[in-house]
Design a protein around this ligand. Structure first.
Ligand SMILES: Cc1ncc(COP(=O)(O)O)c(C=O)c1O
Length: 400
């Protein structure tokens, strides 16, 4: 066998890449698994986007390689979106670079800025890709805690007291996944100030800002952000287009140029039809988002019933596509507990440890399932609890 590169030694296959194969293996026609694990919206994108894609696919001249920087119409649509959503003025020619989702942007930004041995500061709990991509690039990963005692905010005073001189990139993700924490304008401003003082790049990963959030914020709206900040964003969550792979990075021209130097050597542009569809989706207005959020609000009520039945505690102020909750103290090992729910009730919920050790007592429920499915999941879990605890005195939330 040919020996693999050293850089993959510290990186595991992505959790969901493995776990969802197991989940699928438990699926049967009679008793399918209800997947409340992953944040892949099950609702349809705007019809205008689908029409634009199909129209484009039927044109003979749509199928060639595309501009590495995306078509001007897409960058202009993103520019308008930033203006109306976050009151941020961007130059569509120089300050926006379309990507195939925000996930690939994490790799491009890292390759463009991080040297081997540089420190990369990431949230704990946080999206696992920040750590794995940093490790692939040979960076030293250090974490900052999202503190439960601060309603999952960052202890900025504690960060200020740390030696941040070797940090090259700090990843922030507001609204935060998995905790649903929204940052205030003051918090984001303080983080930008910290990046300026310590001379590192701060990147906000912002794909959840339009889900169950009344006040969408961009880090690029903060004073001085143009000197030190980039922002990743995408249509995956907010526009129900996760599988289409459409996102972008925005910020200072020099930083965007550096990312383009990496990206243009890795892919050859996005299919024209997808870009034209994205232009249509970016026209989705207040009514579209109100309807979307009404659906998620209703689902959240059912998801809360699941958490209560499981005996979990949770914050009521969560935004985004998930509910984040603490397992009852009676549960010793949350991963095993989650597996018992999977094998016993055929309901898959994400264990919090995959987001870092600060999440090991927690679980995450996705709202990307219909109210009917969530209700059915709740009924299955109740049935399982009743089977295991037949006497009323024995009923114990932690025992599934
Ligand atoms: C915090 C965070 N960032 C980025 C992504 C990737 O999203 P995209 O589909 O835009 O690549 C996800 C997806 O789950 C996420 O949760």
């Amino acid at each position: 066998m040919i020996k693999t590169a050293n850089r993959i030694a510290n990186v595991e296959e992505y959790y969901f890449s493995k776990k969802l194969a197991e989940v699928r293996s438990l699926d049967t026609v009679e008793f399918p698994v209800i997947n409340l694990g992953i944040g892949s919206p099950d609702l349809a994108p705007a019809k205008a986007a689908i029409d634009a894609l199909t129209r484009s696919a039927q044109q003979a001249n749509s199928h060639g390689y595309q501009n590495y920087k995306g078509i001007p119409a897409l960058r202009e649509a993103i520019q308008k979106f930033y203006k109306t959503t976050y009151q941020v003025d961007l130059n569509s020619e120089t300050e926006i670079l379309p990507l195939m989702g925000s996930k690939e942007g994490i790799m491009h930004v890292t390759l463009a800025f991080v040297n081997e041995g540089d420190e990369v500061l990431i949230p704990n709990p946080g999206y696992p890709t920040y750590a794995s991509v940093s490790k692939l690039a040979g960076a030293q990963v250090t974490t900052y805690e999202m503190k439960e005692s601060l309603d999952w905010g960052i202890d900025i005073e504690a960060l200020k007291a740390r030696d941040l001189s070797r940090v090259k990139i700090m990843w922030v993700n507001f609204p935060h996944m998995p905790t649903g924490r929204i940052a205030s304008h003051t918090e984001l401003s303080e983080l930008v100030a910290l990046a300026r003082k310590n001379n590192f790049l701060i990147v906000n990963d912002n794909p959840y800002s339009l889900i169950l959030n009344d006040a969408p914020l961009s880090i690029l709206a903060m004073e001085g952000a143009e000197e030190v900040a980039l922002e990743l964003n995408s249509l995956s969550k907010s526009h129900n287009m996760a599988g289409w792979r459409i996102g972008w990075v925005a910020g200072n021209k020099n930083y965007i140029d550096a990312v383009l130097r990496v990206k243009s050597n890795m892919d050859s542009g996005m299919f024209l039809g997808l870009q034209q569809a994205a232009v249509e989706s970016l026209k989705n207005g207040v009514d579209w988002f109100n309807q979307l959020n009404d659906t998620y609000r209703k689902r959240k009520q059912v998801a809360i019933r699941i958490l209560e039945q499981l005996g979990c505690s949770y914050s009521k102020n969560q935004s985004g596509l998930f509910l984040w909750a603490k397992a009852p103290d009676t549960v010793n090992d949350v991963e095993t507990w989650i597996d018992k729910i999977l094998y016993g009730a055929k309901v898959f919920i994400t264990p919090g440890f995959i987001f870092g050790d600060a999440g090991k007592r927690h679980i995450r429920i996705s709202l990307c399932a219909t109210e009917e499915k969530l209700t059915e999941a709740n009924a299955r879990i109740k049935k399982r609890i009743d089977e295991l605890n037949p006497t009323p005195a024995g009923v114990h939330a932690g025992k599934v």
